[in-house]
Design a protein around this ligand. Structure first.
Ligand SMILES: [Ca+2]
Length: 421
């Protein structure tokens, strides 16, 4: 019913040379404590003290090995994941959800703008500490997925879990989840958004579509029913534009928290909520100190700033985008005043789907006159580059786009630029 899959142990083979050489003369164990008198590697102080080569080779090597081990961050034990056999699969808006031989689920046929997937699985594991959601590529999906949008993306807004004992499968109780981590999140769509109860936040994939990714979520409390447990899942996609997951798989574990298997990055704080919890500090909502663009006007809140066009990158709207068309052989600029009260700028430099630049566009983040970040030259429509820029102590923050040639198609946009406390 369940298929246990052990994740490969990330630890490499370690050769304890000190032990291999055996104890030195006099009975002292060759695996001596590390040198506490210097920080060199190897320990030149030991050599300078004239240790006898005949008696101390083992000690030297043992010391070096010990130092290497101390310098290396501790590697957590591997996590064993048990893949669930999902059943009672349903789509709220008519998609067909089919379980494949590898226990993943593929969405097909009807492709609704938004959707809610519901399903359940039985497990006799006791003491469940976490779940893993894999999103997987598939040849049947645009761009191979893992989402159903035309560009292969999805936005998962919430993942909800409930658990019921075997005897009462239809009486599940909500299971609080915590510490969401993922191997990849799109710049302004971090995985933490799938368990924050906020319908405005979610997890997305750009630009890493067409490949497998995963999220790991801890249960706050162990799930333990002696006769086994029914797990009920709800996946909510509320973005629109068919940004639903195309293929996925779910596993559970009883490994001790925190759930780190050597591949999982540390938890990410949701960037869309400030320390004061009053919502995102999108620059599109801020007054500008200075503005200079080469065509049209500064586009704010998803407007392109020329004609009636909206910001759209890879078919993906950006409701808090800032659009700033540069002039030919010149630079567009917009300046804000964070007044030293923020730590980080985050956003994605991009060329709108309508544009393209032969010479390339350079995006820059400038703090108090100093260039803090610069993109590579972006040339093609749909091209993007994420950035996270420390801005602690910055009083005036300026976004720039430089165009070193003709400005035809220089449809430069910043996707969801925002500040963090
Ligand atoms: Ca959310």
């Amino acid at each position: 019913m369940e298929d246990g899959v052990a994740v490969e142990d990330p630890r490499v083979g370690e050769v304890d040379v000190g032990r291999a050489l055996g104890p030195r003369a006099g009975g002292e164990d060759a695996r001596s404590p590390p040198c506490l008198k210097c920080t060199s590697n190897p320990c030149f102080l030991f050599f300078s003290l004239g240790g006898s080569k005949a008696t101390d080779d083992a000690k030297v090597v043992g010391t070096l090995i010990q130092k290497t081990k101390l310098d290396r961050p501790p590697v957590p034990p591997p996590i064993t994941w048990t893949t669930l056999q999902l059943e009672a699969l349903s789509s709220a808006h008519g998609a067909t959800l089919t379980r494949l031989p590898d226990l993943s689920v593929l969405a097909s046929d009807t492709k609704p703008d938004k959707d809610v997937y519901r399903f359940r699985a039985f497990t006799d594991l006791k003491g469940i500490t976490g779940i893993r959601l894999e999103v997987l590529p598939d040849d049947s999906l645009a761009n191979k997925g893992p989402g159903r949008a035309d560009n292969g993306n999805f936005v998962l807004h919430e993942l909800k879990l409930a658990a019921a004992p075997k005897a009462e499968p239809d009486k599940p109780q909500p299971v609080p989840l915590q510490n969401a981590v993922a191997d990849h999140s799109q710049g302004s769509y971090p995985v933490a958004g799938i368990i924050d109860g906020n319908p405005g936040t979610g997890w997305a994939m750009l630009p890493q579509v067409g490949q497998a990714h995963f999220a790991v979520l801890e249960t706050r409390d162990d799930i333990r029913h002696e006769a086994g447990t029914w797990l009920h899942f709800t996946l909510e996609h509320d973005f629109g534009g068919q940004h639903t997951i195309g293929r996925f798989r779910v596993s559970v574990t009883t490994a001790p928290r925190p759930l780190r298997d050597g591949r999982t990055p540390p938890p990410v704080t949701p960037p869309l909520v400030t320390a004061k919890g009053r919502g995102p500090d999108y620059l599109a909502n801020w007054p500008e100190v200075e503005v200079s663009v080469g065509h049209g006007s500064l586009g704010k809140k998803g407007e392109l700033g020329y004609g009636d066009a909206k910001v759209l990158v890879n078919g993906f709207p950006s409701p808090n985008a800032v659009s700033m068309h540069p002039p030919a052989n010149g630079m567009s600029r917009v300046q804000y005043y964070p007044g030293k009260s923020y730590s980080t700028f985050k956003g994605t430099a991009a060329i709108n789907d309508t544009g393209g630049s032969e010479t390339g566009l350079l995006f820059k983040v400038v703090g108090d006159g100093k260039v803090l970040w610069e993109s590579r030259p972006l040339k093609n429509k749909n091209e993007t580059q994420d950035c996270t820029v420390p801005i602690a102590g910055v009083e005036r923050l300026e976004l720039q786009v430089e165009c070193k040639g003709g400005h035809g198609g220089a449809h430069s946009v910043w996707l969801e630029p925002h500040l963090l406390k």
